[in-house]
Design a protein around this ligand. Structure first.
Ligand SMILES: [Zn+2]
Length: 463
């Protein structure tokens, strides 16, 4: 039994691990590398295995850094199953089509901008996304399913985003049976909408994420209080609140939190717009998977037949015209729009129209990578360039980071500490410093002996 770490090793993107057992190859996640452009493009294009030799793919959740290269598998003639939870399969319908569209547009843009260079081929196109979507095999949580001879799997709720799963593989090789767990991305206790991460009773081996393995988050209830303060202060100034948010999960969490504040009359009934077609589609998927919601959502909304994602003056815009009309609105309103890091999409227009007015607030609720417009906002640069235009950043920048969907150091440690039987732990999906620091924490605090931070492409035989 062997694992090769093909992504999210020494970094947080490109999640992908190849498990070889009984001569069969099982791929855990097939994520996109994101970040520094040239290096990511090279890593994304090259699979380090022959996709036609893979027996099965198991997908932890719908985030693109875990699912984004699935269409590339189809492009390279992989025709086997992709096992995922039902909600993940539904979310991927939108996420992978959207990703294919972005790949096509990116290649088109670069070819137009640099006509003298060699024509750049998109990583994949819509046809490949459609192909891989047909290969999805949706599964229930907590039910074993056969993967291949001697291997069965089941999903536990990871509490990270809707549909997110911890994968448990039960592997029988040479007469011995072992349990291998893969966290995917591990969520946090008390996140809105989602159940808390489930804990496997016993595992022999674990591949864990470590995104925040060296940091602690503010507790979630603080996020709601902060949201209330930011909104009421902006209303008092007569300004607008612009919230760049990822279309999947963060937008729904913000809408959910706003609904609670509205219900409790902690904010006045002001107009709220979700201005992102992808976010609107994803919100519909949430509505189809209420069975995955936590008790809080059931007690506060679903038991009363109330839709958590619909209230008061909340509107989901569809057409470009509807989106443009928002520019004409005066007085306090909230606009939630994608993309999350402000690099493209409708949010860029809203920022252009609103950053210069000191009454407005730009509310940052997610991670902003280096080099993005979002990061410049976080750093409160005196001016920002949007669509080639230099604009003064007069709007107030507010940052609420308690919305993070990842367990922090304490959360990861508490979760792993409750699993019995661990012989070997692989620490992945973290920047190097975070992964190394968390590996030491596991050794020191839990007394685990075999804790490894694998390098990209490293192959390790299991004990
Ligand atoms: Zn994720």
């Amino acid at each position: 039994m062997q694992i090769q770490f093909l992504g999210a090793a020494d970094e947080v993107t490109g999640s992908s691990h190849l498990v070889t057992v009984n001569g069969k190859r099982i791929l855990l996640d097939c994520g996109m590398f994101q970040g520094h452009r040239k290096e990511s493009i090279m890593k994304n294009f090259a699979f380090l295995f022959d996709p036609t030799e893979i027996t099965a793919v198991i997908l932890s959740h719908a985030h693109i850094d875990h699912s984004g290269r699935l269409p590339l598998l189809a492009k390279n003639r992989y025709r086997g199953p992709v096992y995922a939870t039902k909600a993940t399969a539904d979310l991927c319908q939108y996420m992978l089509r959207d990703s294919a569209y972005i790949q096509e547009k990116d290649a088109e843009y670069l070819n137009r901008k640099f006509p003298s260079k060699e024509t750049l081929e998109p990583l994949y196109i819509t046809e490949h996304a459609e192909q891989i979507l047909e290969q999805f095999s949706p599964q229930n949580y907590a039910e074993w399913f056969e993967v291949t001879d001697g291997v069965r799997a089941k999903f536990l709720d990871a509490g990270h985003i809707l549909g997110s799963a911890i994968t448990i593989l039960e592997i029988t090789e040479n007469g011995a049976t072992h349990l291998l767990g893969f966290t995917g991305d591990l969520g946090r206790d008390d996140l809105p909408i989602l159940r808390d991460p489930q804990i496997p009773e016993k595992l022999d081996y674990l591949i864990t994420e470590s995104t925040y393995g060296d940091r602690l988050h503010a507790p979630f209830p603080d996020a709601e209080k902060e949201l209330e303060r930011v909104i009421n202060e902006t209303i008092a100034r007569g300004g607008k609140i612009i919230i760049p948010a990822f279309a999947m999960e963060r937008t729904q969490e913000i809408v959910y939190a706003l609904h609670l504040l509205h219900q409790a009359r902690r904010i006045p009934p002001l107009p709220i717009y979700v201005d992102s077609p992808l976010a609107t589609n994803v919100t519909e998927v949430f509505g189809r998977h209420m069975e995955d919601f936590d008790d809080h959502a059931w007690d506060n909304f679903l038991e009363q037949n109330t839709d958590p994602f619909s209230f008061g003056n909340l509107k989901y815009t569809h057409s470009v015209d509807e989106s443009k009309e928002l520019n004409q609105k005066h007085g306090p309103i909230i606009i939630i729009s994608a993309s999350g890091m402000c690099e493209n999409g409708r949010i860029v227009h809203h920022l252009r129209n609103n950053v210069e007015d000191h009454r407005n607030t730009i509310l940052i609720v997610g991670y902003m990578a280096e080099g993005t417009l979002g990061r410049k906002l976080v750093e409160k640069a005196p001016a920002v360039k949007i669509f080639g235009q230099e604009l003064k950043l007069n709007a107030k920048i507010e940052i609420i980071d308690a919305f993070s969907a990842h367990a922090d150091k304490r959360g990861l440690l508490k979760w792993i500490g409750q699993i019995k039987g661990l012989q070997q732990v692989f620490v992945c999906h973290g920047e190097q410093q975070s992964a190394l620091s968390f590996a030491n924490t596991l050794k020191n605090e839990l007394g685990l002996q075999h804790v490894i931070v694998p390098a990209w492409r490293e192959k390790i035989d299991l004990l």
